[in-house]
Design a protein around this ligand. Sequence first.
Ligand code: GDP
Ligand code: GDP
Length: 436
Amino acid sequence: MSIPTLAIVGRPNVGKSTLFNRMAGERISIVEDVPGVTRDRIYAHSEWLGREFSIIDTGGIEMSDEPFMDQIKHQAQIAIEEADVIILVTSGREGVTDADEYVAKILYKSDKPVILAVNKVDNPEMRSDIYEFYSLGLGEPIPVSGSHGIGLGDVLDEAIKHFSPVEVEEEDDIIRFSLIGRPNVGKSSLINAMLGEDRVIVSNVAGTTRDAIDTSFVSNTGQEFIMIDTAGMRKKGKVYENTEKYSAMRAMRAIDRSDVVLVVLNAEEGIREYDKRIAGFAHDAGKGIVIVVNKWDTLEKDNHTMKEFEEDIRSEFRYLDYAPIVYVSAKTKQRLHQLPEIIETVSQNQTLRIPSSILNDVIMDAVAINPTPTDKGKRLKIFYATQVAIKPPTFVVFVNEEELMHFSYSRFLENQIRRAFEFEGTPIRILTRRRK
Ligand code: GDP
Ligand code: GDP
């Protein structure tokens, strides 16, 4: 459910983002037209020896108007708050600096495991440069070279030792969801209004090592929900919580823990880059998505308002054409009572399983309407399709040659599958495999 998190800290220019990018690898985004999702990433998923984890590059969370030392202090605090294991990066070329000592001291006082990486050790002759780093009191320094990709395995081996054993994912019927959106769109107001409608059975669900406050409630239909808190939502105040990068990182972490994500927009302001970026992350992560347009009470409406709004949303979030849109007001409570039911439906759609025989009927009908593409005289042949996963529903289509499956044809198959089955609110994935 919640995967371990590594945070990278250290003074500027030691090579944090270089290491981050190496560790994050090149994860190919399924969404091609989402600007900003892969550009300046500070949060990513990765895997080492079969263990999944997430990584945060705290160096990317900059507070532009802060003095240098405060800046790195806050980055270290974020790491302590968010991570299970911290990697302190230093540079073998410059040796131990005052700033290294300052960060090391902050980390030393926390009870989080810290791995000391000495970067820019590009060749074996430089390995003797690492000994002075013992003075930081964080144990054995590990030589690495981000730009040459040396030593990363040693760091990750060490990190994995500190991860707690893999939890067997508990099968429960509880639906976990989060509200994601820019400051002031009304997330807190929506939460309070929603909780006002339903019966709160437990608040402050423990179970996370972080300071997130999740809330559990039961809807009128008897469904249990857990609302995942994105810190800074109800507990505001820390300096760095106002930065967009920090809130984006928190949002991504909340998305990771959710089954369904409510992307909250402000009817008065329309859609911004940040909204697209966060929604793109939820889509890539395969989560259920509902678009919630809040502050609907503030608009002068006529017969076209809703339709125009929908057109705007559909053209801005092209890849989210499957997500239902709900127009609500936290203030007047208009349509709020619909939300739990919609979340429940989307969650069910995420776990829908289509029997192969029915799926193949749909695929064969699709091929009959729109013949498979050809390339250099060769035609794509589809032999068989089967669903291999849920959350999100994932289909494998067996073909004669994978290269013949164009993006547009795969998209067409997706649309036909969507027409035949109830997948509203969930991304679906179509993978192509060559039949052996
Ligand atoms: P950050 O500020 O800590 O995120 O550092 P960056 O990752 O931006 O790297 C700062 C500079 O150090 C860049 O010019 C990198 O190319 C360089 N750099 C990063 N890793 C290495 C390394 O392993 N060896 C050498 N020689 N240079 C590196
Ligand atoms: P958050 O930063 O996303 O958690 O946003 P808040 O819940 O703190 O709301 C920001 C501001 O918008 C507050 O002044 C709210 O009273 C106001 N607000 C929230 N929802 C609505 C709404 O549906 N209609 C109107 N008119 N104002 C709202």
